[in-house]
Design a protein around this ligand. Structure first.
Ligand code: AOF
Ligand code: ZN
Length: 364
């Protein structure tokens, strides 16, 4: 109907207020409209809190009887941390419910729609469905696979270098692009790097935007080489940190645990961490999404293990040149074109002087 998209856009905007606070649950927004006027708005504010639909109903400044509810995700019909939203919708005598996308959660998945319909409520689904799916890409992936959604990110020059011939990489992209990465750190539940990155850059891997929150730090460290004087170890008392390893060095494990680091034993694959096993374990810990920030060795392992779902490439208008200057994906590479990892273009944007290419990765 006329204006459906307009109100759904509003609901999407509201849902985004939950960025970084609702994981592993979805970001959901809801708008209640009566006689062409918004009478209530709500969104899922924080994990475990009220669902968007109930917040919108609570916030109504008028009786919602005969109104239309716009909601980005199919209303739930199960008793979870809160009672079913379908009950509240039916009780309020809302006449029509417009849904962005069906909930993939098997406890709901279509059943919410059926219950509403069986109570004589008109239900329309698929309004801005693509946008509502994009909004909760991580949630859809996590609830269907029980493993985290992995976003691989790197910044490079136009000639595909992630450092100079001395390994210098501060900074390749400009301030705005770097801020964008901090927004991702605020949004995704975990941030993952390989031990080489810790040894060469000594990073903190924190989120440095106002009101941002730190992701859980995950270090892939097959042989427990992480130095006790590294910033990661020194700050682990305050920032949740996981070191994934295949090492049997129990003394070092104990020392790291003394620094409040969770040492996670992982299955071995060709002398290294089995990333698929690691992802399963992280999934059971409730980690729904991971920002993979390299380096080049881990990037290659992640791609070849088939765990990467999305790729963000930030391209700076610079050229470094040099045969030994590093590139984003190392390892052995491929010999036949047919073996290439295939990507689907999702979005191209300009961020300051840099360009962001966003791709979905085709899982082999
Ligand atoms: C949310 N927020 O606004 C809506 C959700 O863990 P629970 O009990 O809060 O239930 C989570 C499920 O409820 C979630 O997986 C999704 O299927 C459904 N809808 N969840 O966290 C909301 N509407
Ligand atoms: Zn609900």
């Amino acid at each position: 109907m006329e204006n459906d998209q307009y109100y759904m856009e509003k609901a999407i905007e509201l849902a985004k207020k939950g960025i970084g606070k609702v994981n592993p649950n979805p970001m959901v927004g809801a708008v209640i409209v009566k006689h062409g006027v918004i009478i209530g708005e709500g969104y899922h504010e924080k994990y475990g809190c009220l669902h968007a639909e109930r917040m919108a109903l609570d916030k109504c400044n008028e009786d919602p009887k005969d109104s239309t509810l716009y909601v980005t995700l199919e209303p739930c019909c199960h008793f979870g941390k809160t009672p079913p939203c379908t009950d509240a919708i039916i009780k309020s005598k809302i006449k029509r419910v417009v849904i962005g996308i069906k909930d993939p959660n098997e406890l709901v998945s279509g059943k919410g729609i059926e219950i509403l319909k069986s109570h004589g409520i008109q239900v329309d689904t698929g309004v801005l469905g693509k946008e509502c799916l994009e909004l909760n890409k991580k949630f859809f992936h996590y609830i269907l696979t029980k493993t985290p959604f992995v976003l691989m990110k790197y910044a490079m020059t136009v000639d595909g270098k992630i450092g100079t011939n001395t390994g210098n990489s501060k900074w390749i992209t400009g301030e705005e692009a770097r801020r964008h990465v901090h927004e991702l750190r605020n949004e995704l539940s975990g941030i993952m790097v390989g031990i080489k990155t810790v040894l060469t850059d000594d990073p903190l891997l924190t989120c440095r935007i106002p009101e941002g929150r730190n992701p859980i730090r995950i270090i892939c460290d097959s042989h427990l080489r992480i130095p006790l004087y590294s910033k990661i170890v020194k700050t682990a008392k305050d920032i949740p940190t996981i070191v994934a390893t295949i090492s049997k060095d129990y003394d070092k494990r104990k020392i790291l645990e003394g620094f409040n680091i969770k040492v996670l034993p992982v299955r071995e694959s060709n002398g290294r961490i089995d990333l698929n096993d690691l992802l399963i374990q992280l999934g059971t810990m409730g980690i729904d999404s991971i920002l993979l920030e390299g380096g080049a060795t881990l990037n290659e392992s992640a791609l070849s293990s088939g765990i990467v779902n999305r790729l963000n490439v930030y391209i700076a208008p610079k050229i470094f040149g040099g045969t030994i200057s590093p590139s984003p994906i190392e390892g052995t590479g491929i010999s036949e074109i047919e073996e290439a990892y295939l990507l689907t273009r999702n979005k191209i944007s300009v961020i300051g002087d840099d360009i962001l290419l966003q791709y979905d990765v085709e899982v082999k």
